[in-house]
Design a protein around this ligand. Structure first.
Ligand SMILES: CC(C)(COP(=O)(O)OP(=O)(O)OC[C@H]1O[C@@H](n2cnc3c(N)ncnc32)[C@H](O)[C@@H]1OP(=O)(O)O)[C@@H](O)C(=O)NCCC(=O)NCCS
Length: 153
């Protein structure tokens, strides 16, 4: 089941992020709260029963070329991977970005994150360039983007 963010989700989101990422890729509690509770944030939570099993945080950014949906993070519980949860979360995040008038989704991913790179490559994202030192000295990211159809077309 998918739903929106509630303040009580923060601890489970933080714990899942710790399970998903090593330093320097994981967020502090404070950063997670700021990202999830920003006015421009759209958060999609995946739940099984009453257990939070995945989430995506999207920010709606104003850019020169128009609105951009920036994926802050996408996390799925390790024991529940390869069941399509990330696919469902990203489909809903893309829909919400379209509703907010975004023409494109953009994200950074660590160049060594094979699972995520395969996921994005298989779900319509296109690699645009390498962001050197994005995660710290010598720790680079790939930048991916995915065009979105306008809901007015
Ligand atoms: C990347 C991640 C979100 C994928 O979540 P998921 O729920 O397992 O993904 P899905 O089940 O929707 O995968 C859809 C497809 O993506 C590809 N894929 C996903 N994980 C993969 C892996 N480990 N190896 C190869 N392909 C993979 C496959 O094509 C898969 O389809 P298939 O299972 O039918 O072969 C998950 O591995 C994760 O949370 N990783 C840690 C956090 C992270 O790196 N987030 C992204 C940060 S930018």
């Amino acid at each position: 089941m998918l739903r929106g963010y509630q303040a009580g989700d923060l601890e489970a989101m933080y714990a899942l992020d710790v399970a998903c990422f090593e330093k320097p890729f994981r967020f502090t509690r404070g950063a997670m709260r700021r990202f999830a509770e920003a006015k421009k944030a759209r958060v999609v939570i995946a739940e099984e029963g009453d257990v939070l099993v995945g989430f995506v945080i999207l920010h709606i950014e104003e850019a020169k070329e128009g609105r951009v949906g920036y994926i802050i993070t996408l996390d799925v519980a390790p024991e529940l991977r390869r069941r399509g949860i990330a696919g469902v979360l990203m489909t809903e995040a893309a829909r919400q970005a379209q509703v907010d008038g975004c023409a494109v989704l953009v994200l950074h991913v660590f160049t060594g994150n094979e699972a995520a790179i395969r996921f994005y490559a298989g779900t319509g994202f296109v690699r645009s360039h390498r962001a050197e030192g994005f995660y710290g000295p010598g720790v680079d990211a790939w930048v991916y983007h995915k065009p979105l159809l306008s809901l007015n077309d």
